[in-house]
Design a protein around this ligand. Structure first.
Ligand SMILES: Cc1cc2nc3c(=O)[nH]c(=O)nc-3n(C[C@H](O)[C@H](O)[C@H](O)COP(=O)(O)O)c2cc1C
Length: 194
């Protein structure tokens, strides 16, 4: 049975935008997404955040990406989270699967991944198993020069692991589940409470 084409929106919250380090993770993901026949759109938040509602509505699934900046995701991603809080638990997010891919130099990226997955899940998105990925300069160097200690390489995330991330994301887009949301106050998330 041929499955319906799925729309995947890649939301890049990195400071480097379309030409940064994180864009290499995005290009690798695009390669694997095309194997699954997905329709792909990319939103580089650093350059453009127009038409968010239309793009979020269009998407059946998401890939959120960012570099690591002082132990956190990029300011464009933070702004996106603040702007889209009004869509928390709405059909724009609820149960749509979301992968997360983070780049960094050396430390902090796994914390960024876990915290971002936690935020996205709380907003209503579905975090599929094995759909989070962190790639560092340290790993990149280790994988390329570490010929004598290849035994350890399986324990590093490698760019090839993005194939697994995409497989699990696309698998999650195929399933319908009758999940429910608790009530949220979506009227005015910015109003004064104190
Ligand atoms: C302001 C700034 C802060 C950074 N902080 C960290 C950090 O805390 N930990 C780390 O491993 N790398 C850090 N980096 C390195 C970036 O995470 C890394 O180069 C990443 O791939 C950048 O992605 P981009 O080029 O897509 O913006 C920092 C880079 C910048 C510019």
């Amino acid at each position: 049975m041929k499955s319906v084409k799925k729309n995947i929106l890649i939301i890049n919250g990195s400071l480097g935008g379309a030409t940064g380090n994180t864009s290499v993770l995005i290009e690798t993901a695009k390669k694997y997404l095309s194997v699954h026949g997905a329709n792909i759109d990319i939103l580089h938040l650093e350059e453009n955040e127009d038409d968010l509602k239309t793009k979020l509505t269009w998407a059946h699934g998401f890939i959120f990406t960012s570099g690591t900046y002082w132990d956190s995701w990029g300011s464009p991603m933070q702004k996106f989270l603040e702007t889209t809080t009004q869509y928390e638990a709405s059909d724009l997010f609820l149960y749509k699967p979301a992968s997360v891919m983070i780049s960094m130099h050396s430390v902090g990226g796994k914390g960024v991944l876990s915290r971002l997955q936690g935020v996205l899940n709380t907003m209503g998105l579905n975090i599929p198993p094995m759909s989070g990925f962190v790639y560092s300069l340290a790993t990149h160097i280790a994988l390329t020069i570490n010929e004598s200690q290849k035994d350890f390489n399986d324990d590093f995330w490698s760019l090839e692991d993005i194939e697994i991330v995409i497989h699990n994301l696309m698998t999650a887009t195929q399933h319908k589940h009758d999940f429910k949301s608790w009530p949220v106050d979506s009227k005015d998330p910015q109003r004064r409470w104190l």
